[in-house]
Design a binder for this molecule. Structure first.
Ligand code: NAD
Length: 328
């Protein structure tokens, strides 16, 4: 199978492309190396892909380009069996500061891709959506039938993307699946996220900084679980036309998370609190029953286990990763 991974030099797309290569698929990555955070992390990911392709004797191609560029996307989609769409301007805060840019990439880029995928007649388009589509939860945990009232421009773009996918399925018969990821973490994660931030500060003897009172709770998902869900869907039509929550179903408060990291790395540090700055829901908690039922999805780690693994990975990769994290 030939898989096109948009945003494949990024955190999640990078793991997906590597896993598909190891599974024996040919992979093309389309990514514009958007300078939202250090490009070196993405360059490292592309090297990981090249090595995996060599080891597994499969074809790998990296194309530096934009999902909004119609001719590039049309050409690349024409050769693909399945499209896995991860390219986006991620980050709730970024979307508050730059709503036009976020809408342009996340909505127009997606339409460009869906149009090309329809014309090419690909087997399936799997799209990265987000728990941000829900907004303020009315009950916890919540399943996919929970009302969607995003509280950030980012959440609105992800919900629009889902509706576009549904409309392309209904109008043109294009098989699409939208996966609502709940805060994803793991090796090579984006630097501007709580876990990498806490770890990098504590490793360097600096106190973790919490924005707000730390009582916000989050469902954190280990990146391997996101990979497993996408991997299953490459060859399965069990969720075509659907949205699925992809979370761990395990939650932790930001304060407990900071304490967990601090206690492992620098127990004497005092946590620092600064004023809240995100436009996101106070609490997230996924019900993953639908993903379990449709694709046998099973979260593999508790948050404490996953954070421990991330700390181990961070320490083993500190030399190249840390300067990039701290320069982002
Ligand atoms: P990321 O920023 O690491 O990866 C996104 C990639 O897309 C980057 O490599 C970037 O260079 C690329 N990109 C951005 N604009 C592009 C454009 N116009 N053309 C081509 N490439 C472009 O982010 P991530 O954390 O890996 O997120 C991947 C996907 O998952 C995104 O769609 C994001 O919205 C979604 N998501 C992520 C999380 C999370 O916690 N990380 C949670 C929910 C949803």
């Amino acid at each position: 199978m030939h898989v096109l991974v948009t945003g494949g030099a990024g955190f999640i797309g990078g793991h997906l492309a590597a896993a598909f290569l190891r599974d024996g698929h040919d992979v093309t990555v389309l990514d514009n190396l958007e300078p939202f955070y250090a490009e070196g992390i993405k360059r490292h990911t592309i090297d990981v892909h090249r090595e995996a392709a060599r080891d597994c004797d499969v074809a790998y191609r990296f194309v530096e380009g934009d999902v909004r560029d119609e001719s590039t996307v049309t050409d690349l989609v024409a050769d693909a069996d399945v499209v896995v769409h991860q390219a986006a301007q991620a980050g709730v805060r970024e979307s508050v500061d730059n709503p036009r840019k976020v809408t342009d990439i996340n909505v127009d880029g997606t339409v460009n891709l869906l149009q090309a995928a329809t014309e090419a007649g690909v087997d399936r388009v799997i799209l990265a959506s987000s728990s941000s589509v829900y907004g303020k939860p009315r009950s916890l945990p919540y399943d996919e039938s929970h009302p969607t009232e995003p509280v950030s421009p980012y959440g609105v773009t992800k919900l629009t993307q889902e509706h576009m996918a549904r409309v392309y399925t209904e109008l043109h018969g294009l098989p699409t699946v939208c996966l609502r990821y709940f805060t994803v973490y793991g090796p090579r994660m984006r630097p501007n996220m709580a876990i990498s931030n806490f770890v990098s500060r504590c490793v360097n003897g600096e106190p973790p900084v919490i924005y707000g009172d730390g009582q916000q709770t989050r469902d954190f998902t280990y990146v391997d679980d996101v990979v497993d869900a996408n991997r299953t869907l490459l060859t399965s039509d069990a969720a075509d036309g659907e949205v699925l929550n992809i979370g761990s179903s395990d939650t932790i408060s930001i304060q407990e998370l900071a304490e967990t990291v601090r206690d492992q790395l620098a127990p004497d540090l005092e946590i620092v609190y600064e004023s809240a700055r995100e436009a996101d829901a106070e609490h997230t908690h996924a019900s993953v029953s639908k993903a379990r039922e449709r694709i046998d999805y099973e979260p593999s780690r508790t948050i404490t286990e996953g954070v421990g693994e991330f700390i181990e990975w961070y320490q083993a990769n500190r030399e190249w990763y840390e300067p990039l994290v701290r320069s982002s």
